[in-house]
Design a protein around this ligand. Structure first.
Ligand code: COA
Length: 330
């Protein structure tokens, strides 16, 4: 019998655009205040892509770092997955633009649409491809230009989001070496109305009227999303640990989706995990949807927050609603 193939991280990278929009800048755009944004969300600033800079451009920058850290070339890649809800174009997939820009001519390419859970959903997909022996060098990207789809007249949403990209190389690893020990995905379509971009699909194809009605921007029931996020992300963290044969006390760092500091704190309280074990970078980055968890993971790695052999839990929740988690031994 062939030995089991184990999937894990071969490298990571991330990219945030240079331009920063502070809460003071937001005060000039909508009726809000630094104090409101900080106390309700924990966000102080977010990065904004340049005009003309696309989701695939940011994905490529993050991917180059991930390839470098894995010691691989673009021509080594056999699959590119881009988790995004802000694609360069409705079709073709952003992954195809990335494939072209990187020169990864041997790689198959597709997008994954699971909103803020996108990268963590992608972990299950990439893990399954690697363990089946089908692919060995998978570039898994979370990338978003959310500022292109935010309603800049809606103070309840525009202060929350930012742009950026993160990338991971997923492939076969030795047992326990950056290994993805478990992964979990779920969805609840009954909550699909809570968070959506209503227009641009076949339900409301773009017309002058849909533009006037602002149907091409993000709409959110913030309070409902908040309550559900705390409950299901807590449960999914436990599920990832359980599937890996771990207990919560074995987890050195939880890397949650960066939507709101109060959500992260409430999860920590529910799980009785001390604040220092909950990774936070949303004060500087805001909510970057599918890019959020991989940007956070890459920052934690580069910032020396993760030691070899540490157990990590990654967890995310987003529009759909979707939910995903995973446990990793670094
Ligand atoms: C969006 C969110 C920060 C709003 O916080 P909240 O405490 O629920 O606030 P509410 O929406 O109840 O709004 C409270 C008041 O603040 C106001 N308000 C909303 N946004 C504001 C802003 N940016 N600045 C100032 N006031 C604001 C509202 O108009 C409301 O005023 P009113 O009481 O006069 O009607 C919070 O609900 C949240 O983070 N939800 C989850 C969002 C999320 O995670 N989304 C992504 C999921 S993947």
């Amino acid at each position: 019998m062939n030995p089991k193939i184990r999937a894990g991280f071969l490298g990571t990278g991330s990219y945030l655009p240079n331009k920063i929009l502070t809460n003071q800048d937001m005060e000039k755009i909508v009726e809000t205040s630094d104090e409101w944004i900080v106390t309700r969300t924990g966000i102080k600033e977010r990065h904004i892509a340049a005009e003309g800079q696309t989701t695939s451009d940011m994905a490529v920058e993050a991917s180059k770092q991930a390839l470098h850290s894995a010691g691989l070339k673009a021509s080594d890649l056999d699959l590119i997955i881009v988790a995004t809800i802000t694609p360069d174009t409705p079709t073709p997939a952003t992954a195809c633009w990335v494939q072209c820009k990187l020169g990864a001519s041997q790689a198959a390419a597709f997008d994954l649409s699971a909103a803020c859970s996108g990268f963590v959903y992608g972990l299950t997909v990439a893990k399954a491809f690697v363990e089946s022996g089908m692919y060995r060098r998978i570039l898994l990207i979370g990338a978003e230009k959310l500022t292109a789809f935010v309603d800049w007249k809606d103070r309840g949403t525009c202060v929350l989001f930012g742009d950026g990209a993160g990338a991971a190389l997923i492939g076969p690893v030795a047992e326990g070496h950056h290994e993805i020990l478990s992964s979990f995905m779920a969805a609840n379509g009954k909550e699909a109305e809570l968070l959506k971009i209503p227009g641009g699909g076949c339900r409301f194809p773009p017309t002058a009227q849909t533009v006037d009605q602002r149907l091409h921007t993000l709409k959110m029931e913030g309070k409902e999303i908040f309550k559900t996020a705390v409950k299901v992300m807590s449960e999914a963290t436990l599920e990832a640990a359980r599937r890996a044969g771990l207990e919560l006390k074995d987890i050195a760092l939880i890397i949650p989706h960066q939507a709101n500091l109060r959500i992260i704190q409430a999860i920590g309280e529910r799980l009785e995990v001390p604040p220092e074990k909950m990774f936070v970078n949303l004060d500087r980055v805001g909510n970057t949807s599918a890019a959020s968890v991989i940007i956070a993971l890459d920052e934690a790695v580069k910032g020396g927050k993760i030691k070899k052999g540490d157990h990590l839990a990654l967890v995310a929740f987003g529009a759909g609603t979707t939910l995903a988690s995973g446990a990793v031994r670094w």
